[in-house]
Design a protein around this ligand. Structure first.
Ligand code: PMV
Length: 354
């Protein structure tokens, strides 16, 4: 019969890089110029929820993002779909009387509905959560028997940073050496329990969509920034080792120093690009100053900051007590409903204020 539908729903959190990925050596396969390390956020806060369905009555692949239909014709969606389909295996649901063979998957079409619970394309890594969830839910639907790292190499072809969202906790994206990208994948460095004192707050400075997409920004940086070359060759390899040590030892001072320095260098690369790219704004700079002053006055870092391709601040507090103080300070400097443009504080655990 043509009447059955098989459905899978998955939820994937976004991740925030503490050692940044910026620059591709292969644009089509999305192979980076350096390794990167990220922390995956708690799935209750910034995440994508995706439902995928397959039915013989669907006559084409279709996708909706936040309730609006979007085109699946882009190369990145197509790469992910093709890679997943080629690894599909037999699926049987005896109760519903459904049997799908490996070959059937080539002919069957899917419908995909995806929701972000946070602003899309505002430099909050929406594509990371989005493509990770896209690949993961389709892999479940099509009964793909590959480990998470193999799936991460597929998600990578949707959006580089997406490969890191296949794991929780601390994750490293290994740049790899292969021309075909098979060894450019994510591995987990430590799970979500390893360093659970940390509290991550996202201060939404602006939910407007960014002006320069990460794709074109990276391309321009690779073509014009000498600092990017230096960073990829001389700086990041050392930082990756130091960051791995800091995470392993839960050494917040070192973790914060590396995280802030790496965010600042990424934005310096953006300034070193021709024409220069500005992702941070005055509010972002003010947040950096507040945190730097605070850390200096305490003698040892209390909070780390990091900014991606947008003005929003991701703030990592060493523990809940510091996170509560941080929220109070942010509220003091940027009172709600004032003319400051820090419009909503936190995707994070608000119970820290109680
Ligand atoms: O995966 P993309 O193309 O959205 O690029 C992400 C780039 C940064 O967020 C700025 C850094 C990173 O490592 O996530």
């Amino acid at each position: 019969s043509q009447n059955w539908v098989l459905v899978v729903t998955a939820r994937t959190p976004t991740n925030i890089a503490v050692i940044k990925y910026w620059g591709k050596r292969d644009e089509k396969l999305i192979l980076p110029v350096n390794d990167s390390i990220s922390v995956t956020l708690d799935p209750d806060h910034l995440c994508t929820t995706t439902t995928v369905a397959v039915s013989p009555s669907f006559d084409q692949d279709r996708m909706w993002l936040n309730g609006k239909e979007i085109s699946l014709s882009g190369g990145r969606f197509q790469s992910c779909l093709r890679e997943i389909r080629s690894r599909a295996s037999d699926v049987e649901d005896k109760e519903k009387g459904i049997k799908i063979s490996k070959e059937d998957w080539e002919k069957l079409h899917v419908h995909i509905a995806s929701y972000n619970n946070f602003p899309t394309a505002a430099g909050l890594a929406s594509s990371a959560a989005g493509f990770a969830c896209f690949v993961f839910s389709l892999a479940k639907l099509m009964n793909v028997n590959e480990d998470q790292s193999k799936l991460s190499a597929i998600a990578r072809q949707g959006s580089g940073s997406a490969c890191r969202s296949l794991f929780g906790g601390f994750v490293k994206w290994i740049m790899g050496k292969d021309k075909n990208g098979s060894d450019s994948l994510a591995v987990q460095l430590a799970d979500e329990e390893h360093w659970d004192d940390l509290v991550i707050l996202v201060a939404v400075v602006s939910s407007r969509q960014k002006e320069t997409s990460s794709t074109s920004g990276m391309r321009e940086s690779v073509e014009t920034s000498l600092l990017l070359q230096h960073r990829a060759k001389e700086v990041v390899p050392k930082r990756i080792l130091q960051m791995e040590e800091a995470i392993k030892n839960r050494d917040f001072a070192s973790f914060a120093q590396l995280t802030c320095a790496d965010s600042n260098q990424f934005h310096a690369v953006c300034l070193d690009t021709s024409p220069p790219i500005f992702y941070m704004n005055d509010t972002s700079h003010k947040i950096i100053s507040i945190v730097e002053k605070w850390n200096r006055s305490e003698g040892t870092p209390q909070v780390a900051y990091t900014f991606d391709a947008g003005p929003n601040a991701v703030l990592i507090a060493r523990n809940r007590k510091v996170a509560a103080l941080l929220l109070q300070r942010l509220l003091f400097y940027f009172p709600p409903n004032s003319d400051s443009d820090l419009n909503s504080y936190i995707h994070g655990d608000k119970s820290i204020l109680q």
